[in-house]
Design a protein. Structure first.
Length: 359
């Protein structure tokens, strides 16, 4: 049977990396997303609004059978990317999206082998406050509302008595390239640095108290997705996926300043939502001066709320360390240096003419 995989949320940080990895691995890849890509890809992309059940049924009937489904789609409320994480509407919309897709796909995929579903540290209660360190796959659920739980329950119940299996992957903060993603921390860092440089300012860290952070490179996560799809013992299991090390922003910030050929400034806590609110004209100037792809600031960074949380602005240190031991015991031995990851991705955005280069 031809291995044909459906990647849902294919233009997001996770989905975009998964499409590239699986295509390189020889799968026939179909990507679903609200938008169509503005870049070349050997994969087939199809536009679909997952909140529309009627359209989901029509689309999945037309697409036919898949051996695997990789679900990375995510709904975020633009007005409250962080504050809405425990909101009932946020939970319900995300659950409906998954149900609409899977209910529409299964009747046409009778040879389905597996479904991979992406979660994250909110599965350990990080949206509501500090979590047990390190978070492990066997930890009990948190009390706060969380869309991961009903999604997981739905897939678990649906799988009973079936030949296909499910696998849940839980990465930390994911670093990778995606346009117009509310949960993208990479592009905002580069945009913030470029705007600071354009205004002849040093690179000041705008976050809060130092904290130990973990991350997951989207390229490493894509490898984990392939591993989960093709390793039978991963069936009906949950795995944390992390780079394998940790970093702190004060240690990383000088390397980012050097990468952009900038002076390193002092730590200056500030809300990026506030200080970047009037910077669209500055970004337009940067785009013209450096002949960048003509994206507007709001296209690259729809909201700065997530960056405030990522940097720890206005909040006490809320560590979200999770253990990657189980995935290693099951055979996934990939790793990534987190500081090098940041510099590699910033360089890729410069090469792709998303960010200016100052070499």
């Amino acid at each position: 049977m031809n291995k044909r995989v459906l990647v849902v949320g294919a233009l997001g940080i996770c989905g975009r990396a998964a499409v590239k990895e699986l295509d390189q691995r020889g799968f026939e890849v179909v990507g679903l997303s609200r938008r169509l890509p503005d870049f070349e890809s050997p994969a087939r992309y199809v536009s679909l609004d997952l909140t529309d059940l009627v359209q989901c049924k029509k689309t999945m009937e037309a697409l036919g059978s898949f051996s695997h489904i990789v679900y990375t789609a995510n709904f975020e409320k633009p007005s409250g990317v962080v504050s809405a994480w425990t909101d009932k509407e946020h939970v319900q919309v995300n659950l409906s999206m998954l149900c609409n897709l899977i209910d529409s796909a299964l009747p046409h995929s009778r040879d389905l082998e597996g479904i991979v579903v992406l979660q994250g540290t909110k599965a350990y209660g990080s949206a509501a406050g500090p979590i047990k360190i390190p978070g492990k796959e066997t930890d009990p659920r948190a009390l706060a509302p969380n869309f991961y739980y009903p999604q997981e329950d739905y897939v678990r119940e649906l799988q009973k008595g079936k030949s296909w299996t499910w696998t849940v992957l839980r990465p930390q903060f994911i670093c990778g390239h995606s346009l117009a993603s509310s949960l993208n921390g990479l592009t905002p860092v580069g945009v913030y640095a470029a705007i600071s440089r354009e205004l002849d300012m040093p690179l000041r860290f705008p976050g809060g108290e130092p904290r130990v952070s973990e991350a997951t490179d989207s390229r490493l996560l894509a490898k984990a997705i392939h591993w989960a799809m093709t390793t039978p013992k991963c069936g009906n299991e949950i795995f944390n996926i992390v780079n394998g090390d940790c970093f702190t922003w004060p240690a990383l910030w000088p390397r980012i300043a050097k990468h952009f050929n900038m002076e390193l400034g002092h730590i200056a806590p500030a809300s990026l939502v506030t200080i970047m609110a009037d910077k669209a004209p500055v970004w337009d100037r940067i785009v013209e001066k450096h002949n960048l792809k003509p994206y507007k600031l709001e296209q690259l960074v729809p909201t700065w709320q997530f960056c405030n949380r990522l940097f720890g602005y206005g909040s006490r240190p809320n560590y979200t360390s999770i253990s990657g031991i189980k995935s290693r015991k099951f055979g996934f031995l990939e790793f990534q240096d987190s500081e090098e990851m940041w510099l590699e991705w910033l360089q890729e955005l410069q090469t792709d003419r998303i960010l200016p280069s100052y070499s």
